[in-house]
Design a protein around this ligand. Structure first.
Ligand code: ADP
Ligand code: F6P
Length: 466
C-alpha cells in the first residue's frame, strides 16, 4: 500500500481537545490523516540556536509526526519574513502590506533546502508526498534535485493572486516556476485556478489543456479541490456534553438575547475591522433592537511578531473599546471581544448558540469557520450564515447571506435581515448549506486529491527531462 507523507510548514498533532489558533490547514490535515494514518512532516514550532537537522518522530492520534526545529534566523527570514511578510499579504491582494527583502528570499530557499535534506531519509519508494501551502513552493524542486522521483503534489490553501499583483514580486517567475516540479497542483476553487492559468499563459506562454498545463518544457496536472470539514464529527461535537456545558455556561449571561458570533485568527485578511464597523452601523441604525443582540468575536492572536499583525490588534482593541464605550449599558455590552483559543467541542457549542454566524474575510482561500458554523446548527432551529462574497466558500455556499465585506451598510443590513429571518426560511437555507458541507467534506477533499495524485504520473512522452 502506498504511504502518504504530508508536508506543511508547521505540524500540529491532531487531538480531540485541541485549542488555539490552529488555522484551517492544521484542522483539515489532522482530520484527514487521523483516519488513514501516514506521516506528517514539518517544523515543530520550536526555535534552537543552531539548526541540527535532527528529526523528532512521534505517534499521536494514529498519525506519525516527524518534526524539525528551526533556528532563529530561519524563523525570521522564512516564516515571519518571506512566507508571512511577503507571500501572505501579496496572495491576499494586500500589496500595501507586502514587504520585499532579499534576506527573506535567502531564508525561504534555505529552509526549503533544509526540509528537503531532512525529509529525504524518511521517503520510501512507494510513498506519495503531499506538500501544503505557500511556505513550501520550492520543495519539489529541492527534492527532485536530490533524486526523488516519487509522486509529489502541492495544494495551495490561500488564494492565487491576479497576475498583475503577482508581477510586483521580485523574481516572481523563478519562484512560481518551481510548481512545475510537482506532478499535481491543486487550488481551493476554480477562481484561484483560473488566476493561476492566466498568470502562466501571460508570463510563460503556457498551454492549458484538460486538467493539465505545460510551460518551461514541463507538464503538470492542475485542478480545484475545495477543502471541507469532518462534518459528522463536528455535528456530534456540537451535541456533546462539553458543548452543552459551554451553552449552559453562556445561557445566563445571554439573558434571552440573540447572539452573533465571529471566530477568526486575528489576521487582517479576516476583515475584522470592517466587521466591527458594520456591526456598529447596525447598532446605530437599529436603536430600538440593538439591546436584544450582542456580538461575540473570538480572535486568537497569530503571527504576533509581525508589525502588520500588531497594528491590526491595536486597531481592534481601540475599536472594540470605542464601540462598547459608546453603546454599552450597565446591564449590556454590545461586543464581547475574546483573544483566546477554545477546544473544538466548546467552539461547536458556541456556534450552535449563535443565531447568526458572521464570516466576512476580505479575501480567503476557502474558510472553514463558515462550514463549522453550519455543521453545528440545530436542524430544527438553525442560525443564519452571513458570508463574504470574497471567501472561496461563497462559491459553494450561495444560500448564505452573501455580503461585500468592505461595505458597512451591507454588513449592517445582512445582520438585520439574518436576525429577523423566519424559521422556515432559515431551515430552507440551512438544509441546502448543510448538504454542501456534508457532501464536500474533508474526506472527499483528501480522497479526490490523493486519487488525482496517484493518477498523475504523466505518460512517458510528456515527462519532464530527468
Ligand atoms: P485560516 O486557515 O485562515 O485560519 P479557516 O477559517 O479556514 O481560516 O480555519 C480556521 C480554523 O481554526 C477553524 O477550524 C477554526 O475552528 C479554528 N479556530 C479559529 N479560532 C479558533 C479558536 N479561538 N479556538 C479554536 N479553534 C479556532
Ligand atoms: O490556512 C492558511 C494558513 O496560513 C496555514 O498555512 C497555516 O497553518 C494557518 O493559516 C495558520 O497560520 P500560522 O501557522 O502562521 O499560525
Amino acid at each position: 500500500m502506498t504511504r502518504l507523507i504530508v508536508v506543511s510548514n508547521r505540524v500540529t498533532p491532531p487531538t480531540a481537545d485541541a485549542t488555539g489558533s490552529q488555522g484551517g490547514l492544521a484542522v483539515a490535515i489532522g482530520e484527514a490523516l487521523r483516519e488513514n494514518g501516514g506521516v506528517w512532516f514539518g517544523w515543530s514550532g520550536q526555535r534552537v540556536p543552531e539548526f541540527t537537522g535532527q528529526v523528532n518522530l512521534q505517534r499521536a492520534g494514529g498519525v506519525t509526526t516527524a518534526t524539525v526545529d528551526l533556528e532563529e534566523q530561519d524563523v525570521d527570514e522564512y516564516y515571519n519574513g518571506y512566507a508571512n511578510k511577503t507571500l501572505w499579504p501579496l496572495f491576499h491582494y494586500r500589496i500595501d502590506l507586502t514587504e520585499y527583502d532579499r534576506s527573506f528570499d535567502a531564508g525561504y530557499a534555505r529552509v526549503n533546502q533544509r526540509f528537503a535534506d531532512t525529509l529525504l531519509p524518511i521517503i520510501q519508494p512507494d510513498d506519495i508526498i503531499w506538500v501544503h501551502d505557500y511556505h513550501l513552493i520550492p520543495l519539489a524542486r529541492e527534492l527532485r534535485a536530490r533524486g526523488v522521483t516519487n509522486r509529489i503534489g502541492f495544494f495551495l490553501h490561500i488564494p492565487w493572486p491576479p497576475m498583475r499583483l503577482l508581477a510586483t514580486l521580485p523574481r516572481h517567475k523563478e519562484l512560481v516556476s518551481g510548481l512545475f516540479d510537482y506532478d499535481l497542483v491543486g487550488f481551493q476553487t476554480h477562481e484561484w485556478l483560473e488566476a493561476f492559468c492566466d498568470y502562466f499563459q501571460r508570463e510563460a506562454d503556457a498551454e492549458v489543456g484538460d486538467g493539465v498545463m505545460s510551460a518551461f518544457g514541463r507538464t503538470v496536472r492542475i485542478g480545484a479541490f475545495p477543502i471541507g470539514i469532518d462534518a459528522g464529527a463536528f455535528k456530534e461535537a456540537a451535541k456533546s456534553a462539553e458543548a452543552l456545558a459551554a451553552r449552559e455556561r453562556m445561557r445566563e449571561s445571554i439573558a434571552g438575547r440573540q447572539m452573533i458570533v465571529g471566530v477568526d485568527r486575528l489576521d487582517y485578511s479576516k476583515g475584522l475591522e470592517e466587521r466591527f464597523l458594520g456591526y456598529e452601523r447596525f447598532l446605530a441604525d437599529n436603536p430600538e433592537r440593538c439591546q436584544e443582540v450582542f456580538l461575540l468575536q473570538i480572535a486568537p492572536p497569530t503571527r504576533s511578531e509581525i508589525g502588520s499583525y500588531q497594528e491590526i490588534r491595536n486597531k481592534l482593541d481601540a475599536l472594540s473599546g470605542r464601540i462598547n464605550g459608546a453603546y454599552a449599558e450597565v446591564d449590556w455590552v454590545p461586543l464581547r471581544y475574546v483573544n483566546r483559543g477554545y477546544p473544538r467541542a466548546v467552539l461547536a457549542g458556541i456556534y450552535r448558540t449563535a443565531r447568526l454566524g458572521l464570516v466576512t474575510p476580505l479575501r480567503d482561500g476557502m474558510n472553514l469557520v463558515a462550514k463549522e458554523y453550519v455543521a453545528a446548527q440545530d436542524p430544527a432551529d438553525p442560525g443564519v450564515l452571513v458570508l463574504s462574497q470574497f471567501a472561496g466558500a461563497a462559491l459553494q455556499m450561495p444560500e448564505a447571506l452573501l455580503v461585500n465585506p468592505f461595505s458597512q451598510e451591507e454588513i449592517a443590513e445582512a445582520i438585520a435581515e439574518g436576525l429577523g429571518m423566519r424559521k422556515a426560511e432559515r431551515i430552507r437555507r440551512w438544509e441546502a448549506l448543510m448538504h454542501n458541507v456534508e457532501s464536500c467534506d474533508v474526506r472527499r477533499w483528501r480522497d479526490d486529491f490523493v486519487a488525482a495524485l496517484e493518477a498523475a504520473r504523466l505518460p512517458v512522452a510528456m515527462r519532464p527531462p530527468a
